[in-house]
Design a protein around this ligand. Structure first.
Ligand code: PFF
Length: 449
């Protein structure tokens, strides 16, 4: 079975060893860490929630991460065909296609938020964001309800499409190699700035000192869903990246590196955001607007705030773009394989279509569709909820069942033997599926606690 030769052009592309680790960290570290994680932590229990998230990350996230990369490398195809390539059973392709659809839908709204970060980066550095007497909440609302977000969403789709048109080593890998080191430098500068603000310790305490009475069943749902989102799981992304990995690379080591990287970035993001928010007497439970409403208010009050604010939003933008390219690669790899399109054509078609599908999300955060809230959620919130808390866990379930039960050679491909292999199987066969199913039933309202 050594290297399964395959006819599709996509699978002939390869990452270098460091290129792969950087790209995978670039994928996992994104708006999830820098934008979503702080506001859900603020809302669902602070430090206790953080702990719950770490547990989910370790017992469910890491085993599935390894499983996805293993399926990708073993199957050497896109998310749509790798399952089939390994078992030759048609019905597995159906599940594969499901994850391609999930990725496509996630990208449609991820690009909207990524667009906000670009807009805020430009507005910060030019000083436009920080005029005296600005109400930052109003400012965000009026920005989000206009048409400018669609323009920025288009810019994101364009950058992502161009990078992906250049391929795996010339596009994805190069982009990550340039941006990730810059990212780390900005992160450390900002953390230092945040931790030296007066009153920073209240924020650190909120983030790191657990109070378990703040947790409820919903916290568990959100923590598990976020472990998926944060590690880019359940939608064929790590699978697709895995299909470009060399046979000699250790996937176990890659799993640990990616998991550790993701956690450290979440930690640092929290250590930037909470001290800053608390230092200026602002609220951490703000919701999606936390980064865009509370933080500019804080930056506007500190010396050189436009500079630190600009750095902060540039950081968000970089994180968002390196993740966005990994999401969009899923449908692009699929289209190249399925319809034998050249990469460029696939990139143009997929990114254009995804842009169009994302417009309703862009217009529903206070915009034209802001008042359209079936079931109490805007389109934007629905897309986020359905993908992150229903489709991604289901996609993850498929991977665990496939690797735990259906594909017998997973251990060989993953390079695991003995106790390591047995633990991995316990996680994939029992722990992860049971937790995912419970959480799924809870999120669709079939069980109540
Ligand atoms: N992991 C990314 C984040 O935390 O922002 C988001 C993401 C990327 C989700 C890639 C899914 C994915 F396939």
């Amino acid at each position: 079975h050594e290297s399964t030769p395959s006819s599709n052009a996509g699978s002939a592309e390869r990452f270098t060893a460091t290129g792969f680790i950087l790209a995978a960290i670039g994928s996992s570290v994104g708006l999830g860490n820098m934008w979503k994680f702080p506001y859900i932590t603020g809302k669902h229990g602070g430090a206790a929630f953080f702990l719950l998230f770490i547990i989910c990350l370790i017992i469910v996230g890491l085993p599935i991460l390894l499983a996805e990369m293993t399926v990708g490398r073993g199957g050497r195809g896109s998310a749509g065909t790798s399952f089939y390539n390994l078992t030759k059973k048609k019905y597995w392709s159906v599940f594969g296609v499901f994850s391609v659809i999930t990725a496509f839908i996630i990208m449609s709204y991820y690009a909207v938020v990524a667009g906000w970060t670009l807009h805020y980066t430009v507005e910060s550095f030019t000083g436009l964001l920080f005029q005296s007497g600005t109400d930052y909440k109003m400012k965000f609302v009026s920005f989000a309800s206009g048409y400018t977000p669609i323009l920025w969403q288009a810019v994101v789709m364009l950058i992502t499409g161009v990078v992906l048109a250049k391929g795996v080593s010339g596009g994805i890998e190069k982009f990550n190699k340039i941006l990730i080191p810059g990212f780390l430098i900005i992160l450390i500068v900002l953390m230092f700035r945040a931790l030296t603000l007066p009153g920073a310790s209240t924020g650190v305490e909120f983030f790191l000192k657990p109070d378990f009475s703040k947790l409820d069943a919903e916290s568990a749902l959100i923590a598990l869903g976020h472990a998926f989102f944060s590690l880019s799981l359940g939608m064929g992304c790590m699978l697709t990246y895995g299909s470009y990995v060399d046979k000699r690379q250790s996937l176990g080591a890659a799993t640990l590196a990616i998991g550790f990287g993701d956690l450290v970035y979440a930690l640092i993001a929290g250590l930037i955001i909470f001290p800053t928010v608390f230092s200026f007497g602002l609220e951490p439970g703000e919701g999606v607007g936390l980064a865009f409403m509370a933080l500019p208010a804080a930056f506007s009050q500190m010396p050189f705030g436009f500079f630190f604010g600009g750095l902060f939003f540039a950081l968000l933008a970089i994180a968002a773009l390196t993740s966005a390219i990994s999401i969009l690669e899923v449908p692009i790899a699929f289209a190249m394989e399925k319809w034998k399109w050249p990469r460029k054509k696939a990139a143009i078609y997929v990114s254009s279509l995804c842009f169009l599908i994302g417009i309703p999300s862009a217009m529903s955060v206070g915009g034209l569709l802001g008042g359209f809230t079936p079931g109490g959620k805007t389109i934007f919130d629905w897309v986020d909820f359905v993908t992150a808390y229903i489709m991604m866990p289901l996609g993850g379930l498929v991977v665990t069942l496939f690797t735990g039960y259906a594909w017998k050679r997973a251990g060989e491909e993953a390079g695991l033997k003995g106790i390591g292999y047995r633990l991995w199987m316990v996680a994939l066969r029992y722990v992860a599926p049971v937790l995912i199913i419970l959480i799924f039933l809870y999120s669709v309202g079939l069980i109540r606690v």
